[in-house]
Design a protein around this ligand. Structure first.
Ligand SMILES: [Zn+2]
Length: 145
């Protein structure tokens, strides 16, 4: 009887959108980009390097200033859709304070979402250097991370 000593392991590669939504590293799709979950009271800090593949997220000093523009675009899209939804729900065209209050509350509630997803969008789809690398993914999985 022959015993096969090489263990053939197969891993399913998570989809790009799923890893982006979960805040995983763009190169290995395994390590977390952030120190804690989005709506926790803990630190909102982004990790300096991927804990699985050691990718340095801030590829040059001040790189995340670009994320401010992404965050701005996200905020504008959210505010416009919030105000349109407010109009359809309330039918109000006389009182501007309703729109101002709803817009302020929504921008405060969505600040952690914008902070996180502006960086994720920047690293996943606006940084050509950070592409998914199947070899890195395989190496990380073989290490058991
Ligand atoms: Zn990684």
């Amino acid at each position: 009887m022959e015993i096969n000593k090489t263990m053939e392991m197969t891993y399913t590669i998570p989809s790009e959108l799923k890893s982006a939504m979960a805040g995983k590293c763009p190169r290995c799709r395994t390590g977390n980009m952030f120190a804690s979950p989005m709506f926790s009271f803990g630190s909102k800090r982004m990790l300096e390097r991927c804990p699985a593949c050691d990718l340095k997220f801030e590829k040059e000093p001040g790189y995340f200033y670009v994320a401010m523009y992404v965050s701005y675009a996200l905020s504008v899209a959210e505010l416009v859709s919030t105000c349109v939804a407010t109009y359809f729900i309330s039918g109000n065209l006389e009182n501007p304070w309703l729109y101002i209050i709803v817009a302020l509350v929504m921008s405060l509630l969505l600040a952690p979402v914008n902070n996180r997803y502006s960086r994720i969008i920047l690293l996943y789809w606006m940084t050509p250097l950070f592409k998914f690398n199947p070899k890195v993914f395989e190496r990380v999985k073989e290490k058991g991370l």
